[in-house]
Design a binder for this molecule. Structure first.
Ligand code: ARG
Length: 595
């Protein structure tokens, strides 16, 4: 495995070297190299430099050019830079040699990782994602957390990071007093079924939850009995715990069935819900109080912040322990931070959680910083995601105004995608079983891609018609591009091999495709550093678009330039397919071989 420097990195280095040879007084100035439409790359750094040195930018640029040997001026030209010229007010326009493009891609193709380097200083990240709540239906917000989290896990692991997954499910809290109490008083509510399917498990829990809630809200005595049941639960009373576990187990059957449909792997040991931190809560509070980070206020243990105020200007504290002694969400999250930092040895804590919880995390992180659990070596980031909206631009609901059931939504996506496959694949003679399997890969992929292709922090509209469309920025478009390439590679005859030929000149479309392929590693580096899967989606969409242009303009198996051009084009097809598949895999999306 060898990482391959990108052409952009090589050119950057060449220009930096030329710059310091031509203008030693410039120090280490950044040439500000960018991809450009005019040439392959453009460097704009001469303008700022000229200002600094009080020189003429065009003259400075010309000096730099004189230190870069190109074929037109030198007997020993640079193998990477074919041409460099000064343009406009003092830009450098740089053209890469065709041979360098093909040779770099060949080096990438020879590597399992397509030449993508590992992160320079990998560490340990604990990522908190896919955290639904026990006895409650999962909603689209849980889908976002699972989909984004799964992609981030894959991307970080590919970069060499050690990743520990934590599914912080909501399996504790006062609502369990209510649920357990209800079950004690209506003992047959969870018996009359055997929870064969996740769907059944959920509809039973759902019904029970609603009934318990209604009673809780309307009957003060039931409310009181529920409250006492919470105390029993916290005290570890055996009967109470047994019933609590029943709720958790039923819910897990349901969660796993949904994650399975989503094609996301969740492992039981990584499911450490709120209850997993019970034993740490009292100690967490003691540490916070003794250090003075938290103070008693009207009996509650609170942390105050100068910049967090309510509408009337009164301070809004983070309540770590309520005045009745109960611990809440914040105490649990602070305990989880201690566990993740001190036991799991994390240096990065990631939370893939709805933006509506941003204030909570801001306060929790600041508290942890004040007491030293977070510091310069260990930092925490909430990867806050926006709301999923319906076509009407309002939070996504059914027509009846209820939250949309995740499973229905995935089923519908799958059905629609199957219809697309059915229509397109008549020629392929696919069996009904194939069509359904591909429908699931396309449908679920489409839902994931729609979620991953906009920046996580933004709200996005859930529009199935658009998502499964063959045209535009959809996973289906990417999957068809991949399958089309596979079909070309299958059609290549015996004698038609896949071989890179750096000696061949490239067409415009080949160059554009090649230069973009070369950017894969750098793009992934950025995506991993900023936890930004949408940038990978954007890269892949552009890759598929550039491939489409190449495919439209450059015959592959019947290339006009003879057998070596056929081989070189097959090579371009192959590395495009491998890059697409690797990128899609990192997003958690399947790439069927035939469509
Ligand atoms: N279960 C919570 C919810 O559904 C999300 C948990 C987020 N993670 C955390 N450590 N608080 O809203």
């Amino acid at each position: 495995m060898a990482s391959v420097p990108s052409l952009a990195a090589t050119v950057h280095q060449r220009v930096v070297d030329a710059l310091s040879a031509a203008l030693p007084e410039a120090g280490s100035a950044d040439p500000l190299l960018r991809r450009s439409d005019r040439a392959d790359f453009q460097a704009n750094g001469m303008l700022a430099l000229a200002k600094k040195l009080q020189g003429n930018p065009r003259e400075l640029a010309a000096k730099v050019v004189s230190h870069l040997p190109v074929a037109a001026t030198s007997a020993d030209p640079d193998p990477v830079i074919a041409d460099i010229e000064v343009s406009g007010p003092g830009f450098l326009n740089i053209t890469i040699a065709d041979s360098a493009i093909t040779a770099t891609l060949a080096a990438r193709a020879a590597d399992d990782r397509l030449g993508v380097p590992f992160a320079q200083a990998p560490g340990t990240t604990v990522i908190d994602y896919a955290q639904p709540n026990v006895a409650k239906e999962m909603h689209v917000g849980h889908l976002r957390s699972a989909v984004i989290g799964d992609a981030v896990v894959r991307i970080l692991e590919f970069a060499g990071e050690k990743v520990v997954r934590r599914h912080h499910i909501g399996d504790w809290g006062t609502q369990f007093g209510m649920l357990i109490q209800y079950l004690i008083e209506h003992p047959h509510e969870l018996d009359h079924k055997d929870a064969a399917s996740g769907q059944q498990a959920m509809s039973n829990l759902n019904r029970l939850y609603k009934a318990a809630r209604a009673l809780f809200d309307s009957d003060p005595e039931f409310k009181e009995r529920s409250r006492r049941r919470v105390v029993d639960l916290q005290a570890g009373d055996e009967e109470t715990i047994a019933l609590w576990r029943k709720f958790v187990d039923e819910s897990k059957i349901y969660f796993y069935s949904v994650f399975d449909k989503l094609d996301i792997e969740i492992h039981d040991p990584d499911v450490v819900g709120e209850s997993g931190y019970n034993d740490m809560l009292a100690e967490t509070c003691r540490l916070l109080e003794e250090s003075g980070v938290a103070v008693r206020s009207e009996g509650a243990l609170c942390v105050f912040f100068d910049d967090i105020k309510g509408p009337e200007g009164n301070p809004v504290p983070l309540i770590v322990q309520k005045s009745d002694g109960g611990f809440g969400y914040a105490a649990t999250d602070l305990s989880a931070i201690r566990d993740r930092v001190q036991h799991l040895k994390a240096d990065t804590l990631l939370y893939v959680v709805d933006a509506r919880q941003s204030l909570h995390f801001k306060m929790v992180f600041e508290t942890a910083r004040r007491i030293g659990w977070l510091n310069d070596q260990v930092h925490a980031v909430q990867l806050a995601f926006g709301t999923v909206l319906g076509k009407d631009g309002k939070p996504f609901k059914t027509r009846a105004g209820e939250t949309v059931r995740l499973e229905d939504l995935l089923d519908e996506a799958t059905e629609r995608a199957a219809a697309v496959v059915r229509e397109k694949s008549e020629k392929l003679g696919l069996t009904e079983e194939d069509i359904l399997e591909r429908g699931a890969q396309l449908g679920v992929g489409a839902v994931k891609y729609a979620d991953l292709s906009t920046s996580a922090s933004r709200d996005y509209k859930f529009d199935l018609d658009q998502m499964v469309s063959l045209n535009g920025d959809t996973s289906v478009y990417l999957q068809y591009a991949y399958a089309r390439i596979q079909s070309i590679l299958r059609r290549a005859e015996e004698g038609q091999r896949t071989v890179a030929h750096p000696e061949l000149p490239l067409t415009k479309a080949e160059r554009a495709l090649g230069l973009h392929l070369d950017q894969f590693g750098e793009t992934l580096g950025e995506v991993a550093a900023g936890f930004e899967p949408h940038k990978l989606a954007g890269y892949l969409y552009q890759l598929a678009s550039l491939y489409t242009t190449f495919y439209d303009q450059c015959p592959v198996l019947k290339a006009e330039g003879g057998p070596s051009q056929v081989e070189n084009r097959l090579f371009l097809c192959d590395i495009t397919a491998r890059t697409l598949r690797q990128g899609m895999t990192l997003l958690g999306i399947r790439t069927p071989e035939r469509l």
